[in-house]
Design a binder for this molecule. Structure first.
Ligand SMILES: [Zn+2]
Length: 339
C-alpha cells in the first residue's frame, strides 16, 4: 500500500498531497491565474528561478525552408527530457515526477477542469511553460480528452498554446497523463499556419469546422480549425480511429484558441526519433522530436549537437519521423465523404 500511495494512486496519501499542493491564485481568466502562479513560484522556489534564469543563455539558430522556418535551440536544462527512456520498464523504475506526492516541497499548482493540476515547468522551453498533470496516476493518452484540451486552450486565452505528446513519441512521462502549455509567439508554426493551410489540401469542411492536409515540404500533418467544439471533437475521434486501432498511434498535437476559434495542427508520426539520435556516441545528435519540434523549434541539450546540426539533418529528421503524403491522405480522406 505504501508503494501505491507514493505513486499517486487515489487514496488518502495522494489526496492529502494534492491538497497541500493546490495554491489559491486569483485572476479573471485561467491565463491570469497561471501568470499569478508563475510569479508566486519564481518568488518561492529557487529551483524554478534557476531553470528560468538558464533560459536567458539558450543559444538559437534558424533555418529557412520554403515559406516556413525552423529554429534550433541549445537548452542544457532539457537533457533528461530529451533522453527520456523509450520503454515503459525504464519509466517504471523512477518515481513519477508528476504525482502530487513526489513534487518538490516548493511546488504549487492550480486545479483545472477538475482532473488537472496546472504546474510550472522548472526546466522550461517556453518563457512561461506549464504542465497540466492529471491529478491521478493514469497513462498518457488522448482518447476521450481532446475536448478537454480544447476547453483548456480556450480558458488559457489566445496568449497560450497547449501541447500533447503521445506516450510513444515525446511524452517525458508516458505513465502519467499530461498536457503542456506555453506562451504563444514562440513556435514559428503559429504565424505560418494560415499560409500553410491555404497552400494545403482542404479535405473536408462543415459549418464552423475545416480539416486540411498540409505538406509544407518538411512536415506532413492535418489541421482542424473551427469554432464548433462538438464537431471538432467528433472529427478528431474519427481521425484518431483512422490512424489505427489498439495502442495509441504516435501523434503530437498543438491547440490554441483565438477570435476565429480553435486551431489544432495534428502530426501523425511513424517514428519516435531520427536515425542520427542512435548513432554511436561520437556521431549521434540528441534531438528527440515532439510537439515543440513539430511546431518548428528543435531542442538539443548539448552544445556539440547545436553546433553540428545542419539544414540537411532537419530535412532527414522530418522525412524519417513524419508520415508520408499517402499515409496522411489515408487518414484524412475518409472525412471528405462524411463532413
Ligand atoms: Zn504519476
Amino acid at each position: 500500500m505504501k508503494n501505491r500511495q507514493r505513486r499517486g494512486v487515489p487514496g488518502r496519501a495522494g489526496d492529502e498531497a494534492l491538497v497541500r499542493v493546490i495554491a489559491t491564485i486569483n485572476g479573471r481568466t485561467l491565463a491570469d491565474r497561471a501568470r499569478g502562479l508563475f510569479e508566486q513560484q519564481m518568488a518561492a522556489w529557487p529551483g524554478m528561478r534557476a531553470g528560468n534564469a538558464a533560459l536567458a543563455n539558450v543559444a538559437t539558430k534558424s533555418f529557412a525552408f520554403d515559406g516556413i522556418s525552423v529554429r534550433v535551440e541549445w537548452n542544457p536544462g532539457r537533457l533528461i527530457s530529451t533522453t527520456a527512456p523509450e520503454d515503459l520498464s525504464g519509466v517504471s523504475r523512477r518515481p513519477c515526477f508528476l504525482c502530487a506526492t513526489n513534487l518538490p516541497p516548493e511546488q504549487k499548482g492550480i486545479r483545472v477542469a477538475e482532473e488537472y493540476l496546472l504546474l510550472c515547468n522548472p526546466y522550461p522551453i517556453f518563457r512561461k511553460h506549464y504542465t497540466l498533470a492529471s491529478t491521478v496516476h493514469v497513462p498518457q493518452g488522448i482518447d476521450g480528452r481532446f475536448g478537454t484540451m480544447l476547453d483548456i486552450a480556450r480558458e488559457m486565452t489566445s496568449e497560450f498554446v497547449l501541447l500533447y505528446n503521445g506516450p510513444r513519441c515525446g511524452a517525458s512521462a508516458p505513465d502519467h497523463h499530461h498536457f503542456q502549455c506555453g506562451e504563444r509567439g514562440f513556435l514559428p508554426i503559429e504565424s505560418e499556419l494560415s499560409s500553410s493551410v491555404s497552400r494545403g489540401r482542404k479535405t473536408a469542411s462543415a459549418d464552423g469546422v475545416q480539416l486540411s492536409a498540409v505538406d509544407d515540404g518538411l512536415r506532413r500533418y492535418m489541421v482542424l480549425e473551427g469554432d464548433d467544439r462538438d464537431i471538432l471533437v467528433r472529427v478528431f475521434s474519427r481521425l484518431r480511429l483512422a490512424m489505427g486501432s489498439g495502442e495509441e498511434p504516435m501523434m503530437n498535437i498543438l491547440v490554441w484558441h483565438d477570435e476565429r476559434g480553435w486551431h489544432a495542427p495534428i502530426f501523425p508520426r511513424k517514428r519516435h526519433r531520427p536515425s542520427f539520435f542512435s548513432l554511436p556516441a561520437e556521431k549521434n545528435i540528441l534531438i528527440s522530436p515532439a510537439a515543440t519540434e513539430c511546431g518548428g523549434v528543435c531542442i538539443t541539450p548539448r552544445e556539440r549537437d547545436f553546433e553540428r546540426v545542419t539544414r540537411e539533418h532537419l530535412l532527414l529528421m522530418f522525412s524519417e519521423v513524419m508520415v508520408t503524403n499517402a499515409e496522411l491522405a489515408s487518414i484524412t480522406d475518409h472525412e471528405r465523404r462524411i463532413l
